[in-house]
Write a protein that binds this ligand. Structure first.
Ligand code: BG6
Length: 550
C-alpha cells in the first residue's frame, strides 16, 4: 500500500445534520439535545441508567482512580447515567479521611476529565456519596468493617445491596482480595435477576494484566472462579470501550454493504497498528517485566482483530458476541519456533527524536535493566484458519516511541480482476484500502481510484473520509465511562471472558518461549521516532506488501 492521503483528494461524507446543529458544532458548542452517538446502546443495549449501587475501588489512592475512574464516574453523572443513590467507597492502605479522598478524586477530575473543571453543583452531589475506607488488603477485619459499612450505605442511601468491586491494585493482590471478600461474605455469587436472591448483585471488575502467560492466566481465572461465578467477573480491556471499536460492529452488521465483502474472496490482507509516541514514562519496572507483546497484543490488538474478524453473532448478547470472538482466536494457530523466527519481529528503541523531543534509549530509562531484552516494538504475521479468512494475512504491530500516536485497522482489498486501463498506459492502480481509525481523529477512510478530470485517462487515488468529529455534534465518551456503566447495568459484551483470555495466551506463549530460548529471531533496535526496525518492513516486503504509514 502506498503512503496514505498525500496526493489524495478528500471527499467528505455528506453531513446530514440540520443546519442549526452543524452551525453549533462548527462553533465548537455542544448540543445538549443531541442523543449520544452510540447506536449499540439504542435498541440493543437497552438499560443504560445504572441501578442504585455502591462501587468499591480497591486501590483507590492510586493512579488509575485519579486518572480514569474519577473522571469517568463524574462524566457518567454529568450525562445523567448514574442515579442519585450511587456511592463510591475508596478502599486503600493510606491513612486518609473522607475529605482528603474526595480531594484526590476531584483533582483527578479537574486534571483528566474530558469535561473539566468539575461543575460545583454536580461535584457536590457526587461528593456526598464518596467515602474512604482505610484498611490493609490482607487484614480480615478491614473486610468485616467494609461489610458493615456497605450495609449501612444500603440502608442510608438506598443502594439495594448492589455492589461493584473494582480491583485497581497490582495483580499479585487479586487472589488475596477476592478471598478476603469471600470470607467476609461480600462475594455473594449470582445476580439477583438470575438467582432470584434478594441480596442485590455483586460484580467484580478486574484490570489487566490477566496473567503473564497461559499458566498464570489459568491460575488467576481459577482463583476468581473459586469465589465468583464467571457472570460476576468483568475483565476490563479498555480498547473494547473505545467508541470506534464499538462502531465496528455497527459498521459491519448494521449496513448491508460491507459484510458480503468481508472475507477472503475480496480482502487481500489486514493490518492492525497500535502505535504510541510515549516511552515507558514512569512505569519502567512494570514494563520491563512485560513488553509490547503482553502489554498490547495479548489484549488490545487481539481483541481488535477478533472484533474485526468475527462472524455475526446470533443476537447482540454478551455470550453470543464473546463466542464469536473466541472462534476467531481459536482459528489463530499457535506458532512453532521456526514460525516465530519467520513471522515475528521484536524491537527495542534506542535514542532518537519523537515529535521534536529528544528521547533517550529504552535501556537508559529509570528502572530498566542496562541489558534489557524487553521488546518495546512487535510486529507479527498471523492467520485465521476459518472459511472466511483462510489465506488472508493479518499483520499486527505495536510499539512505543514511534513517530505518531495512532491505532487503526486497515483493510487492503484485492485488485480488480482485469487491468482494463493498462492498455491506455495507466499504471497499476493502488489497491482499495478501508482504514478504520480507532484513535485519534476517529473515523473511517476509504481509498479508491478516480479519473483525474480532463481529456485523456489518468487515475489517482482519492479518499472518502468519515470523521466522528465533524459528523456528530457531541464528543465520544471515554472508554472507562462506557465500561463502568456497562458493568453497572450488567452488560458484559465489552469485557473479556476467561476462555478468550486463555486462548490469547495460547497464541502468545509459543512466541514468548521461542524469544526467551533465543530461537525466535534476534531483538532488533530502532531509533525512537521511526516506524520500528527495518526487519518489520521486511516481514511485509517478503509478501510484496508494505505497512501503511498512517
Ligand atoms: C495500556 C498499556 O493498556 O494501554 C499502556 O498498559 C498503553 O502501555 C495504553 O500506553 C494505551 O492506551 P490508550 O488508550 O492511550 O491507547
Amino acid at each position: 500500500m502506498g503512503p496514505a492521503g498525500l496526493d489524495g483528494v478528500t471527499t467528505r461524507v455528506e453531513d446530514e445534520r440540520p443546519a442549526s446543529v452543524r452551525d453549533r458544532a462548527e462553533r465548537g458548542m455542544r448540543d445538549e439535545r443531541q442523543p449520544r452517538p452510540n447506536p449499540l446502546r439504542e435498541g440493543l443495549r437497552l438499560e443504560r441508567m445504572a441501578e442504585p449501587c455502591t462501587m468499591v475501588i480497591c486501590g483507590a489512592t492510586g493512579d488509575l482512580a485519579e486518572r480514569k475512574l474519577a473522571p469517568a464516574l463524574y462524566n457518567c453523572l454529568l450525562g445523567g447515567f448514574l442515579p442519585p443513590e450511587f456511592t463510591v467507597v475508596g478502599f486503600a492502605r493510606r491513612d486518609l479521611g473522607d475529605e482528603a479522598f474526595r480531594d484526590h478524586l476531584l483533582e483527578g477530575i479537574n486534571r483528566f476529565s474530558r469535561n473539566r473543571p468539575a461543575k460545583p453543583a454536580i461535584w457536590e452531589s457526587f461528593a456526598r456519596g464518596i467515602e474512604y475506607h482505610r484498611g490493609d488488603f490482607d487484614a480480615p477485619e478491614a473486610y468485616v468493617e467494609l461489610a458493615k459499612r456497605l450495609d449501612r450505605i444500603d440502608r442510608d442511601r438506598g443502594t439495594a445491596g448492589n455492589r461493584l468491586f473494582y480491583l485497581a491494585v497490582p495483580p499479585a493482590l487479586y487472589p488475596e482480595i477476592v478471598n478476603q471478600l469471600e470470607q467476609a461474605g461480600l462475594a455473594t455469587p449470582g445476580d439477583r435477576r438470575r438467582s432470584g436472591s434478594k441480596r442485590g448483585w455483586t460484580r467484580v471488575i478486574v484490570e489487566k494484566p490477566f496473567g503473564s502467560d497461559l499458566e498464570s492466566a489459568r491460575t488467576l481465572n481459577r482463583e476468581l472462579a473459586e469465589v465468583f461465578d464467571e457472570r460476576q467477573v468483568y475483565r476490563i480491556d479498555h480498547y473494547l470501550g473505545k467508541e470506534t471499536v464499538q462502531n465496528l460492529a455497527v459498521f459491519r452488521f448494521g449496513n448491508g454493504l460491507f459484510e458480503p465483502i468481508w472475507n477472503r474472496r475480496y480482502i487481500d490482507s489486514v493490518q492492525i497498528t497500535v502505535a504510541e509516541t510515549v516511552g515507558v514514562e514512569g512505569r519502567g519496572e512494570f514494563y520491563d517485566a512485560t513488553g509490547a507483546l503482553r502489554d498490547i497484543v495479548q489484549g488490545h490488538a487481539l481483541q481488535l482483530m477478533a472484533m474485526f474478524a468475527m462472524d455475526p453473532p446470533v443476537e447482540f448478547h454478551s455470550e453470543d458476541l464473546r463466542d464469536e470472538k473466541l472462534k476467531v482466536l481459536r482459528g489463530v494457530k499457535p506458532m512453532s519456533p521456526s514460525d516465530v523466527a519467520t513471522n515475528t519481529v521484536r524491537g527495542q528503541y534506542v535514542s532518537g527524536w519523537v515529535e521534536g523531543e529528544k528521547v533517550s534509549s529504552y535501556r537508559d530509562s529509570p528502572e530498566i535493566a542496562p541489558d534489557s531484552q524487553t521488546e518495546t516494538f512487535v510486529a507479527l504475521k498471523l492467520g485465521i484458519d476459518s472459511w472466511r479468512w483462510a489465506g488472508v494475512p493479518f499483520y499486527l504491530r505495536s510499539g512505543k516511541a514511534l513517530p505518531s500516536r495512532v491505532t487503526e485497522i486497515a483493510v487492503q482489498f484485492k485488485q480488480a480482476p482485469l487491468a482494463l486501463f493498462a492498455r491506455a498506459g495507466v499504471p497499476q492502480i493502488e489497491p482499495n484500502v478501508l482504514a478504520i481509525r480507532v484513535q485519534p481523529d476517529e473515523g473511517i477512510l476509504l481509498r479508491f481510484g478516480a479519473k483525474v478530470p480532463g481529456q485523456g485517462l489518468q487515475i489517482r487515488t482519492v479518499n472518502m473520509d468519515f470523521r466522528y468529529g465533524s459528523s456528530f455534534a457531541v464528543d465520544s465518551p471515554d472508554a472507562y465511562e462506557t465500561l463502568l456503566l456497562d458493568a453497572m447495568v450488567g452488560d458484559a459484551s465489552l469485557f473479556t471472558r476467561d476462555d478468550e483470555v486463555e486462548r490469547a495466551w495460547e497464541i502468545l506463549d509459543p512466541i514468548l518461549n521461542a524469544w526467551q530460548a533465543g530461537e525466535g529471531g534476534p531483538l532488533h533496535f530502532y531509533g525512537a521516532g521511526t516506524w520500528g526496525p527495518p526487519a518489520a518492513d521486511e516481514l511485509l516486503e517478503r509478501d510484496r506488501r508494505a505497512w501503511r504509514r498512517p
